[in-house]
Design a protein around this ligand. Sequence first.
Ligand SMILES: [Fe+2]
Length: 179
Amino acid sequence: MFDKERFIDDCRAALKEHSPQAAIRELVAKAVSEPGQITRAFGEPRRAGVETVYKADDLTILNLYWGPGMSVRPHDHRMWAVIGIYGGREENVFYRRGEHGLTRHGTKALEAKETIPLGASIIHGVTNPLERITAALHVYGGDFFAQPRSEWDPQTLHEQPYDVQNTIRAFEESNARLA
Ligand SMILES: [Fe+2]
């Protein structure tokens, strides 16, 4: 049975483990293994958006609803992360910094009940390819909102400081399609 407060407590305790990211991946895997339980805790998703479940200097937990067809441009996190999907599908494109800017170097589609650990230097873009909401639990090993980081223009792959307005716009456009 998924309980939001207990999940936060478990994640906080996991930070004291030898490998916090591995310990938190286990917690996220357990949580998304029963999608119905998480949906019950957070409520049925109706709109694209992000809910901050927990935020501290050393830990951020987000409940994300990627709207239909929504894409988030390539970005980095500069802290480790664990992603778990509990509804729909999330398509990741991974990039590397190269001599001539960013180059694609792999993709990974995540289905419900799947998790993926991301290293601190990872650069990825995320798309929900479905005509319905994709629900994801994201846990970060730091203060995700305070960390200065980068994003890349989706057309030119030019690096620029992360601008939350671009993400907000992606959510809004997706919600307009949902309406
Ligand atoms: Fe990300």
